[in-house]
Design a protein around this ligand. Structure first.
Ligand code: ATP
Ligand code: MG
Length: 353
């Protein structure tokens, strides 16, 4: 399963909850967080190593865990060639040819199958949980997908649950059609008005506090139901409320402070990572209001050709600031970022890039 959605909608919260449930059901879990520019192999390897040692110690017949370790050793030999900073002690002879071709699309499936076979032999199961999965390169995502395909064909007890920004549109060709069949892609998004009201009222009610219905309506209007924003408005109104009944006026008093804090933290940390050209590009998007943006329109706003904005757009996608929901369209990954861009740069004057 690959959970996808924008920033701050609750993907990581869900992933942690799924991990907790998986563990309660006896899964061995491998939680990893992808980081921009860090390859998949070295990220997974230390987890697989301790898992295989653990499986090896479990009672029961068989030697698949030991074989898993030899395959892992062969995999590490192969990635060592490419990434010299990986040194994970594994004092074991590699199984030559098992996962050392150097081609991740061949080696990773072999490795994960060997690990899953070890789990199967010990009547165990593995859940690999990967957060921020969009940071993997196309080759790595494709290797991961091919590995899961093999695992599924052999009905081995290993599952993958990923979370990240919408990535399907970025997956190309073969891996894309594979992925569509293999995974479910629940999209995690904003809450409905009713759900937003519950998110605030239920925990409050548990301690005898109540949000008035016009207060809830106002919070929904401002947050559009985005979980992280609900959390912030809930926090400030809670702090400001003098009585156990939170009225509309409290929300109105809290709002400037919430917006100030969001601007200074949530939005600002992202803004500060941008170059002037990138800010200019995002400001041009925001200039057109909310929604999805056509690349052609952005170029026009900037007084440039669609082709010449390509490099800046690519950098913004790489930084996870924007994504392409459909061909030729762009959207912000951070909810309400368009409004923030207008606050941050009130006077918009396109500058040449
Ligand atoms: N089920 C929930 N219960 C309470 N709060 C929640 C829940 N889901 C989300 N939130 C709120 O939303 C915030 C963001 O959630 P989370 O970090 O999981 O988002 P995300 O989708 O992983 O965002 P990002 O893409 O930036 O990593 C949480 O810190 C919390 O304030
Ligand atoms: Mg997250």
């Amino acid at each position: 399963m690959l959970l996808t959605g924008l920033r701050g909608v609750g993907k990581t919260v869900l992933l942690n909850e799924i991990e907790r449930k998986a563990r309660a059901q006896g899964y061995h879990t491998i939680p990893v967080e992808a980081v921009e520019g860090k390859p998949l192999g070295p990220l997974l390897a230390p987890h697989l190593r301790s898992l295989l040692f653990e499986l090896d110690r479990l009672a029961g017949m068989g030697n698949k865990a030991k074989r898993g370790l030899r395959v892992l050793r062969s995999f590490l030999g192969a990635i060592k060639v490419t990434y010299q900073d990986v040194s994970i002690g594994l004092d074991i002879d590699p199984e030559k040819g098992a996962a050392d071709s150097g081609d991740l699309e061949i080696d990773l499936p072999n490795l994960l199958v060997a690990v899953a076979e070890a789990a199967e032999e010990k009547n165990s199961a593995i859940a690999v949980l990967i957060d921020e999965i969009q940071y993997f390169g196309q080759k790595e995502l494709s290797a991961l997908i091919m590995a899961m395909h093999r695992v599924q064909q052999r009905r081995l007890p290993l599952i993958l649950i990923g979370a990240g920004l919408p990535i399907l549109p970025g997956l190309a060709g073969e891996s894309k059609s594979y992925a569509e069949r293999l995974f479910s892609f629940p999209s995690v998004g904003a809450l409905s008005e009713e759900e937003s009201a519950r998110a605030l009222n239920e925990p409050a009610r548990a301690v005898g506090v109540h949000f008035a219905s016009d207060a809830l309506r106002e919070v929904f209007r401002l947050t559009k139901g985005y979980p992280y924003f609900l959390q912030e408005w809930g926090y400030q109104t809670w702090n400001l409320a003098p009585t156990p009944s939170i009225a509309l006026s409290i929300v109105q008093t809290a709002t400037p402070e919430v917006v100030r804090r969001l601007d200074q933290n949530f939005f600002r940390v992202r803004f500060d990572r941008l170059t002037p050209s990138e800010k200019n590009f995002l400001r041009a998007m925001a200039h057109q209001g909310a929604g999805n943006y056509r690349s052609g329109d952005i170029a026009e706003t900037l007084g440039m050709t669609a082709k010449s904005i390509g490099p800046v757009r690519a950098k913004l996608i790489k930084k996870g600031m924007i994504y392409s929901p459909a061909h030729g369209e762009m959207a912000f990954t951070v909810p309400l970022f368009d409004e923030f861009m207008v606050r941050a740069i009130p006077e918009f004057q396109p500058r040449l890039m």
